[in-house]
Design a protein around this ligand. Structure first.
Ligand SMILES: Nc1ncnc2c1ncn2[C@@H]1O[C@H](COP(=O)(O)OP(=O)(O)O)[C@@H](O)[C@H]1O
Ligand SMILES: [Mg+2]
Length: 330
């Protein structure tokens, strides 16, 4: 992306890139967003996490001016969405859930089309297109029709097209859905690169791992409401499930350890014990002390903190979890 850091002529960024208060949207009888509040600090990555049909795309479409909200005090890039949607449009880039890439023309032609839409001069357009194609590893494919691209390449081209206007706030609606693991990791690297340039990223995802990897803050959308909001760590602390697991090679040792420790759950087949724990140093030490005084040595000790999957399942209920999210359960 053409370098554009604060101080080179761009207006000073406001501390809050996106804010929503009481955002509501219904389709007929169906309440999709039931008064949600969001605040995304400038330069951070925010993940809106939710199962299929939760309202993620609806939220993105509203905040990127594509559709209007029924109610809510909404600001993007310091501009009031209702009063000045044009200013919001100038500040943002959107990569939709479904590709904006035209398959009939080449990757380069797609890029030049975007440059035209942004009223760049011919020369500036060519320079920007070349720079972005290079950055997104699409130079070799640039002269081929986009319909011949792999899913990952199409996504990269889509994002490259979004960046033509050098937006400071980017909405990415499910940027990696349907990508293979390598392309997904590749996309994560690209998103991290944007963030290190100071771009604010609002992304939606069904993948807990993705939110965990990328986002500074995560909101879980369920049933039209924000079921929980915080850092990945904060969300993980919301729910129980942390434990320390000891594994033994000798059933006699496993039995003695179970006797020495209180409140264990035994798995006799795996010769393992699990002890509920917050994983703190104090708890760990107390377990080790008790094992030491009983003269017991475990073959393996692991600390398990609940992960976002646990949070997601607890908050959205098993019936609501899409198959794709189930597949990501580690
Ligand atoms: N244009 C529309 N007309 C009627 N219902 C819609 C429309 N767009 C979305 N919906 C409904 O709103 C709900 C949320 O959709 P969406 O925002 O696409 O969810 P997500 O992106 O989280 O999968 C779904 O039940 C969907 O069927
Ligand atoms: Mg969607």
């Amino acid at each position: 992306m053409p370098a554009s850091s604060p101080g080179d002529g761009h207006p000073a960024p406001t501390a809050t890139a996106v804010s929503a208060l009481g955002l509501r949207k219904s389709y007929g009888e169906k309440v999709v967003l039931d008064g949600i509040d969001l605040r995304i600090p400038t330069g951070s990555v925010f993940a809106l996490l939710g199962p299929n049909g939760a309202g993620k795309t609806t939220a993105v479409k509203i905040l990127s001016t594509l559709i209007t909200a029924d109610a809510g005090d909404l600001h993007v890039g310091g501009h009031d969405l209702a009063a000045d949607p044009q200013a919001v449009r100038a500040a943002i880039g959107v990569t939709g859930q479904f590709s904006a890439v035209d398959g009939l023309i080449t990757g380069e032609e797609n890029m030049l089309l975007m440059a035209d839409l942004h009223h760049l001069s011919k020369q500036e357009g060519r320079r920007t297109a070349a720079e972005l194609l290079e950055r997104f590893d699409l130079v070799e494919a640039a002269k081929k029709p986009a319909s011949t691209y792999s899913g990952g390449m199409k996504r990269r081209l889509d994002l490259a097209m979004t960046l033509v206007g050098s937006p400071r706030i980017i909405f990415l609606d499910e940027p990696t859905t349907g990508l293979d693991p390598r392309s997904r990791h590749n996309m994560w690297g690209i998103i991290r690169g944007l963030v290190s340039d100071g771009v604010t990223v609002f992304l939606t995802t069904q993948y807990l791992e993705e939110a965990d990897e990328l986002a500074d803050r995560i909101a879980v959308l369920n049933d039209g409401k924000i079921a929980a909001e915080g850092t990945a760590e904060e969300l993980k602390r919301l729910i129980p499930g942390g434990h320390i697991r000891l594994r033994f090679t000798d059933p006699v040792l496993s039995q003695s350890a179970a006797d020495a420790l209180l409140e264990v759950t035994r798995n006799d087949e795996a010769l393992s014990l699990s002890i509920p724990s917050d994983g703190s140093q104090r708890e760990l030490r107390s377990i080790l002390d008790r094992l030491d005084s009983a003269g017991i040595e475990a073959a393996e000790l692991t600390v398990h903190t609940p992960d976002l999957d646990d949070v997601f399942l607890a908050l959205t209920g098993p019936a609501n979890v899409p198959d794709q999210a189930k597949e990501t359960v580690r």
